[in-house]
Write a protein that binds this ligand. Structure first.
Ligand SMILES: Nc1ncnc2c1ncn2[C@@H]1O[C@H](COP(=O)(O)OP(=O)(O)OP(=O)(O)O)[C@@H](O)[C@H]1O
Ligand SMILES: [Mg+2]
Length: 245
């Protein structure tokens, strides 16, 4: 039960991935799996390669070795827009919402895709505004005028408009006030209840242990350890080893 899904049965599997920035070798054989509907944490100190791992899954960086599988099929080298269509959403560290577009227009960028009827679009928006009353109140406001926490919510909300099977979430609570942090946690729980898988990169260990079923620990470009979140505590020796200062 504590074992992660095998690459063949996983929703997303990363197998022995090596990624470079120019000549700089950053990922040295990363392997991890996320099962369908599973919330999985990826923890590690600054600079160990967590964001690079997400970018490699999302096709923004091409690995020199290893592969990425989605539903058992190799997706290594496919462009990000194709992966988005297949059901992989990505919310980067810098949030990247459209600052000059309104909240509604930002959300619509996630809805304007083939095969979505107007009725379905409305249904998705209604559901979303029920989850995010703050965004509903600010639907006509420009994205750039939202607070940091609201921008993070908008970034996640826009990803949800794509009806993804998995969301790659890079440090969603970074720089947010405690109240916003608990709202982000609630959103992760809502997504989990809806059956959406999440690969969550975080610095917030208590949140990660509460929101995730399993956790991977990275060190210097590789995954060194894996555990069930329920087996870990914030002051665990393992947590200290990989995250302590
Ligand atoms: N665009 C880039 N060009 C060159 N090196 C980079 C680039 N982006 C990241 N790196 C380097 O790759 C390594 C891993 O970076 P990455 O952003 O994946 O780390 P991280 O685990 O997400 O760290 P943090 O917790 O600080 O966000 C770091 O040494 C970083 O300096
Ligand atoms: Mg990072």
């Amino acid at each position: 039960m504590s074992a992660p899904p095998t690459p063949a049965e996983a929703l997303v599997a990363v197998e022995d991935v090596h990624t470079f920035y120019g000549k700089s070798h950053v990922l040295h054989g990363v392997s991890l799996c996320v099962g369908r509907g599973e919330v999985v944490g990826l923890l590690g100190r600054n600079g160990v390669g967590k964001s690079t791992t997400l970018k490699t899954i999302m096709g923004l960086l091409g690995p020199s070795r290893g592969k990425v599988l989605f539903e058992g099929q190799a997706i290594t080298g496919l462009p990000a827009h194709k992966l988005a269509r297949m059901g992989i959403a990505y919310v980067p560290e810098d949030r990247r919402i459209f600052k000059l577009l309104t909240v509604m227009e930002n959300l619509r960028t996630g809805l304007d895709r083939r095969g979505v009827t107007e009725a379905r679009k409305q249904e998705l928006l209604d559901k979303l505004f029920a989850y995010f009353p703050r965004l509903a109140e600010r639907r006509s406001q420009a994205g750039g005028t939202l607070s940091g926490g609201e921008q993070q919510m908008l970034a996640i909300a826009r990803a949800m408009m794509l009806e993804p099977k998995i969301i790659l979430l890079d440090e969603p609570t970074e720089g947010l006030m405690p109240r916003m942090v608990s709202q982000i946690k609630e959103i992760v729980e809502v997504l989990h209840r809806d059956g959406v898988a999440i690969l969550l990169v975080e610095q917030n260990v208590p949140l990660t242990l509460e929101a995730c079923q399993r956790v991977y620990f990275m060190e210097k470009g590789v995954v060194r350890h894996h555990a069930l979140a329920s087996e870990l505590t914030v002051d665990d020796a393992v947590v200290h080893q990989y995250l302590g200062v």
